[in-house]
Design a protein around this ligand. Structure first.
Ligand code: SF4
Ligand code: SF4
Ligand code: FES
Length: 314
């Protein structure tokens, strides 16, 4: 017998959310969605959530199971019972307002997808038949095209939790789908937009979206692709790109990070406001005695590190 501890909330009737528990003996092979359907159809018809395909295709049934976003129709309910624990906690997706119980408002999610212009931009005269692609060209966008817009990555993205302005993993994965498309002719404009605050460089590389994505879209890898295109295109007049370049420069030079130099190089030597913003952080580090050594020494085997850079043609 398992306990389904479900977060309930009807903003029209309740001031605060609460948890309600339902006991149900999970049948062999039942998904989390099968269990929710049983609860709704036999115990409490007011329980609200979205579903449609039951085959991990439509992206409707995104929710949180034991604290992590998942597709309810893809997850075996029994797999959520671990280490003798008999309770499964089910909550709505994060980083979105709740409409009712497990149904969330995707408005902002869609606005961010819209923001990256999710359509092909090509003003060249179309060929007689169609704009073709070789299998190799398609491979560059193959993973991104598998996104089913379930919102699992968006729900668990740590940056979105603190910065609502961040485009988020799903929109950035969608952006890569067009930046990487051999038929799209707006690469540079797209990359310039994506390099603005709230764009690709605001990702903290935590990888959570890769863990949560139920498809090969795995947004963080798409974001890395975007960053590589940004550097290749020379769109480097922004903090994120300068930070990446300074990182590489430091490791190549000394085998490790020069933590005195990287923040300054990332801000840009002529970015007076940005540099002034660093002062309070520097002072706090000084007070806590966490200032890195003023003389930055290379690691003993720095030549080995530099050989790795040469191998990769850097
Ligand atoms: S890797 Fe980036 S986009 Fe993905 S969850 Fe972490 S911060 Fe968000
Ligand atoms: S990238 Fe993955 S987790 Fe994010 S919306 Fe698309 S399918 Fe869902
Ligand atoms: S019901 Fe369609 S993805 Fe789960």
């Amino acid at each position: 017998m398992a306990k389904f501890r479900i977060k309930r909330y009807n903003p029209e009737k309740q001031s605060d959310p609460y948890y309600e528990e339902f006991d149900y003996d999970i049948p062999e092979g039942a998904t989390l969605l099968d269990c929710l359907n049983h609860i709704k159809w036999n115990m409490d018809g007011t329980l609200t959530y979205r579903m449609s395909c039951r085959s991990a295709i439509c992206g409707s049934c995104g929710m949180k199971g034991n604290g992590h976003a998942l597709l309810a129709c893809q997850k075996q309910a029994a797999h959520l019972l671990k280490d003798g624990n008999d309770t499964i906690t089910i909550e709505p997706l994060g980083n979105m307002p709740v409409i009712k119980d497990l149904a969330t408002d995707f408005q902002q999610f869609w606005e961010k997808i819209d923001q990256v212009k999710p359509y092909l931009q090509n003003k060249e005269k179309p060929p007689e038949l169609e704009r073709g692609q070789s299998p190799q060209q398609f491979k560059k966008i193959d993973d991104a095209t598998t996104c089913i817009m379930c919102g699992a990555c968006y729900s668990d993205c740590n940056v979105l939790e603190v910065d609502n302005n961040f485009l988020g993993p799903a929109a950035l994965a969608k952006a890569q789908r067009f930046v990487g498309d051999s038929r799209d002719k707006a690469t540079r404009e797209r990359i310039k937009e994506l390099s603005k605050p709230g764009g690709m460089w605001d990702c903290t590389h935590c990888g959570e979206c890769v863990e949560r994505c139920p498809k090969p879209a795995e947004p963080f890898y798409r974001i890395k692709d975007l960053m590589a295109v940004g550097l290749k295109e020379g769109v480097t007049n922004n903090v994120g790109a300068r930070h990446a370049l300074s990182f590489v420069k430091s490791v190549k030079h000394s085998g490790r990070l020069n933590e005195n130099k990287i923040p300054v190089e990332s801000m840009g030597y002529f970015n007076i406001k940005g540099l002034l913003d660093l002062v309070p952080v520097g002072l706090r580090m000084l007070l806590k005695m966490k200032i890195p050594p003023i003389i930055h020494k290379p690691v003993d085997d720095v030549k080995d590190v530099q050989r790795i850079f040469e191998e990769f043609g850097e």
